[in-house]
Every structure is written in C-alpha cells, then in structure tokens.
Design a protein around this ligand. Structure first.
Ligand code: PEP
Ligand code: MG
Length: 587
C-alpha cells in the first residue's frame, strides 16, 4: 500500500531506493559495509558470538539448582531454541552476503524483521517471545563487541557511489539504491555515512538546522528529518521516495508515482549540469562587486569537493567532528596538527577558517554524553564555554592550529562567545599556547583571530567585539535559535524557527554594517549563507563573504551574477523596516 509521511525538508533533491532501517538506539551497534571478500570472516565473527552465548546458556542450565523455579529452565530452553533458529541465521547470512552489512547490522536488521512477525501473532504467549529474542540478540552483540571491526566507510568497490544510484531502479538486488531510515542519527553517525552509498536519509526527529541535518546537507543528498514515526512505519526493504524539496517520504510508490519522481530526478540532474558551467566564473555582481564564496567543511576530505565547487577558501572548519565518538580519548596536539595541516595542504594556500571545538547541545562528544548530561544542553556547557572549562584540552587544540598556520593562511575562530570576560580568557589562552610552543622551540605561523556572532548578546555588543578581533563570522543557525528561543534540533518547534524573523534580520544587518564600518572582514557561515532565497538580502545588507556547503556554492554564485548591490541596498532597507520580511521576499 502506498502512503506518505511528512517531515522537514532539509536537503533538496529526489532519492528513490530500498529502505534500510537503522535499529533503535537501545541496542548501540555500528553500521558499516564490508568488502565482498570479508563475507565469510564476518559470518564467522557472528557465529563465534552466537556459539559463546549458546555455551553460556548451556552452562547456566547445568548450574541451575535443583530447586530453581521451573520457568527458569524453560526460559533457557526458549532462548537456546531462538538462538539456533533457522530464520534468524539464514536472514542474517543474507544481509551479510547480499547487502554487505557488517554482522551486527545484519543481526539487528533480521531481529527487526522477526520482531514484526511476532507482533502480528494472535497468540499472547508467542507474541511475548519477542522480548526473549531481543535479549538473545543483545547477548550476542555483547559477545561480539570485543571482536568488532572498526567502523569503516563503505568501500567504493562494494557499492556504487550515492550519486550514481539515483535514477533507474535495477532489478538486481545488490545494485539497488538504498535510503537510510533511523529514529535519530547523531552528527557523528551521519559523518560516518558521509562517503557512503546511501542515496538519501530520513530521521524521525531533528530540526532543519540540527547538526544531523547540516551534515546531511553537506553530503548533497536528499534528506527529510522530523518524520516522526518513519522508522516504525516503513519496513526493511520497502521502496521509498524521498522528496527533499517538499519534506515528504512516499512509501511503496505506485508505478505512476515512480515515473513522475524519476522525471523530477532527471530534471534535478540537468539543473546541476547547467550550474556546473559556472564553476570557473568569478563571483562578481552586475555592478562589479567581487564576492567571496567559502566552504563549510567537517574533515580534510571535504576540501576537494570545495575546490571543485569553486570555493576560494574555507569559511568554517567544524573541528569538533575530530573529537566525536572516541570514547573519551580526545585527539592530542600532534594528531590534531596532522589533520589541520592536511586541510591547509589540501586547500593549496587558500585561507582556512579553523573554528575551535564546538561540542555540546546536539553535537555530543559521544553516546555517553548524549541527553540527560545537562538540564538544557543548548544553554549549557557547549562551544567556547567547554573549551574554557578545560584549558589543557583547549590549548592543545590552539597549539595544533598555530602550528598548522605555517602551511597556509589560518583564521582562528571562536564559537559562541557572549561576554568580554570570555573574549579575554580565550585570547589569553592563545598567548599561553604561543608561549608553550616557544618554550618547546616548536615553530608556528601567524593567525588572524575572529569571533562567531551567534548569541544575541554578541550581536548587540558587536562594536566591542570588533575592538578585539580581526574578523567576524555570523552563525545564523544559533543566532536564530537563541534570538527566538527555539531549540534548533527540536522538530516540535521547527515551524517557529525563522531566519527571516525581523529580530534576526536586524541583528544580522547590524553586525554586517558594524564590521564594514571599521573595514573588518565579516562572513555568514550559518545555513542562511547557502540559502539562495537569502543571497540578495544579505548582499543588500552589505555582506561580501558567504560560507556554505560546497554543493551550494554554484547556486549562490548564480544569484550573485544576477545581482546589483546598489539596487539591493535600498530594497534590503525596505525589508528591514517591514514587519513581515518573508512576505516581501516572496518565500
Ligand atoms: C551556526 O550556528 O550558524 C554555525 C555555523 O555553527 P554550528 O551550526 O556548527 O553551530
Ligand atoms: Mg553555531
């Protein structure tokens, strides 16, 4: 039966593929693809886990005291029977050998399929056996944890690239495009899938500018978040269409719907093809104003697509992704230096804005730090507050960045500053970091130092900020969140998240004007920077530097080539005075 699920459109385009449901977060498992020659080894790994549980249960049976309740023995029998169930084994084998899932992923996928069958059983007793099956699988996973392979990106040889999957639906099981559906994915999980095969993503939770959505957008593949119950309603292997422009997911589409979306998919690729011709065209407005188009990146391998997309530098390197999912063992100075140097080298002498770590809120360091660790994480110990609370960690990062500055122009950027005290402490830490390198006789390079303006307090005291910093970068994602008091990751209030709110526009335009007045560089690096519906308005406010996902650069450039900044300045003033800017902008 065909049905539609509505969510939030976060990354445009159309994806058509088979559903891959990531298991519930209760069972923490890693998901990755294996190479074809690892199928046997993966299956052996699974069998070892299963055999260990069988041994354990048999031992428990032997040791059962004579007066133990009868049900206990019966329960162990049921568990042993489930463990040796043919449906479990053959299904898991199939996911491993045909889909190249790692063993844990295959096991939990099959668990989900069998669980649904239990749910549909009439008999209460049998239906309740689902909980036993879950316990058995959890036991196997526990045994396997110690022998799990490291998380790896799916090998290109194992599956076609995501882009190549869009379009024709192949009859051959192994070549079918896949779309990932999860209740939630952390930004780190998402990053792990960055070079993966998925043609699209759907999550039950999340807001438009949650970090998970941002990473999805940076992958340039269609995504819908906040789709509420998608991971429960869609079944493993269902055909699914993701309409990333409308925020709609169509499950089990009819042939006519498939044809319609196939047509739209082809139109999207034609448009991309047309835009790609602008790659080497300088970003200059009709009245001759050169505009700087920069890239937002998360890791060194993002540099190549940035350069290909026509970026003239990096406007935001979100270094926190280096620190995530490491079970508390954070990267030391040397490890960070190697990564930052790689980015500098990849960007071949172009400027790179390295933002110091911004963890917290919807970017937890790892699973242990998710939820519950703070009463109100978005207002808690995140970003610069976290760095200033652990200056040893902070200075290790600063030293690594200073050292990387020998390999190209670095702009050092602090996130979420809100007061003079924080500014002074952060700048002091840079001095100490330099002194530490001097004491060790280690070389480092010059850096420009900048502040992110992403808290209303910072925007309102921007003129003070400008006395201390060489440049500013406006983080609209957080500026909207904190100005409007709307959690950017909460889909329940996503409809209130409005970058065109007059209060936000006033703050943004004032920061740009203040920086321009003293001749200091200012850029917008939040999602608004890559939103073509906002390009003309930002130009009208006087913005001359935009930072965005590499995939958005050409569309923004197209807007710039058609713009006349003189005319836009007058028009933007009118919008600023309006009570309903969105209506005037026609969006
Ligand atoms: C922002 O807040 O706009 C920003 C760019 O930072 P992040 O999205 O990483 O919080
Ligand atoms: Mg931010």
């Amino acid at each position: 039966m065909t049905f539609a699920i509505h969510g939030l459109a976060v990354a445009p385009g159309i994806a058509i593929g088979r559903a891959v449901i990531a298991v519930s977060s209760r069972m923490e498992v890693v998901h990755y693809f294996i190479e074809a020659d690892q199928i046997n080894a993966e299956f052996v790994r699974l069998c070892h886990g299963r055999d260990a549980v069988v041994d354990e249960l048999k031992r428990m049976q032997e040791l059962l005291p004579a007066d133990a309740p009868q049900e206990l023995g019966a329960l162990l029998d049921v568990h042993l029977m489930l463990l040796q169930d043919e449906l479990l084994e053959s299904g898991v084998k199939r996911w491993i050998s045909e889909r190249l899932y790692n063993a844990e992923w295959a096991l939990t996928t099959q668990l989900e399929i069998i669980s649904r069958q239990f749910d549909e059983m009439e008999d209460d007793y049998l239906r309740e056996r689902k909980a036993d099956l879950e316990q058995v699988v959890e036991r196997i996973l526990r045994y396997m944890r110690g022998v799990a392979s490291p998380v790896a990106a799916p090998p290109a040889s194992a599956r076609p690239a995501a882009g190549a999957q869009q379009g024709v639906l192949s009859e051959e099981f192994g070549d079918e495009p896949l779309v990932l559906i999860a209740s939630d994915l952390s930004p780190a999980d998402m990053l792990q899938f960055k070079s993966s095969v998925f043609a699209g993503f759907i999550t039950d939770v999340g807001g438009k500018t949650s970090h998970t959505a941002i990473v999805a957008r940076s992958m340039d593949i269609p995504a819908v978040v906040g789709a509420r119950s998608a991971s429960r309603l869609v079944r493993q292997d269902d055909w699914v269409i993701i309409d990333g422009d409308a925020g709609v997911v169509i499950v089990n589409p009819s042939p006519i719907i498939l044809e319609e979306y196939g047509f739209r998919q082809r139109q999207v690729s034609l448009e991309r093809e047309r835009l790609s011709r602008l790659r080497h065209t300088p970003a200059v407005t009709l009245d001759g104003q050169p505009i700087e188009l920069l890239a937002n990146i998360e890791r060194p391998s993002d540099c190549e697509p940035s350069l290909r997309g026509g970026a003239v530098g990096v406007g935001l390197f979100r270094t926190e992704f280096l620190f995530m999912d490491r079970s508390g063992k954070l990267p030391d100075e040397e490890e960070q230096y190697v990564v930052y140097r790689e980015v500098m080298e990849n960007m071949r002498g172009l400027p790179v804005t390295v933002r110091t770590i911004d963890v917290g809120a919807d970017k937890p360091l790892d699973k242990a730090h998710r939820d519950g660790s703070s009463l109100n994480p978005a207002l808690g110990l995140r970003a610069i507050r976290w760095s200033l609370a652990d200056t040893v960690m902070f200075r290790a990062q600063l030293r690594a960045i200073l050292r990387a500055a020998q390999h190209g122009p670095v702009r050092l950027l602090f996130p979420m500053l809100s007061s003079l005290g924080e500014i002074q402490q952060a700048l002091r830490q840079v001095e100490v970091a330099r002194a530490e390198l001097d004491a060790r006789g280690v070389h480092y390079g010059p850096v420009e130092i900048g502040a992110m303006i992403e808290v209303p307090a910072a925007a309102l005291m921007v003129r003070s900020f400008l006395k201390y910093f060489d440049f500013l970068s406006i983080g609209t994602n957080d500026l909207v969140q904190y100005t409007l008091a709307i959690d950017r990751a909460d889909e329940a209030v996503a409809h209130l998240y409005d970058p065109m709110h007059p209060a936000v526009l006033h703050l943004v335009s004032d920061v740009i004007a203040a920086a321009n007045a003293v001749g200091k560089h200012v850029s917008v690096c939040g999602e608004v920077g890559g939103d073509v519906t906002m390009t003309r308005l930002l130009l009208g406010f006087g913005l001359r530097s935009f930072s965005m996902h590499p995939a958005q650069i050409l569309a923004v450039k197209q807007e710039i080539l058609r713009a006349d900044t003189h005319k836009l300045a007058r028009w933007a003033q009118g919008i600023l005075e309006s009570e309903n800017p969105a209506e005037m902008l026609g969006v």
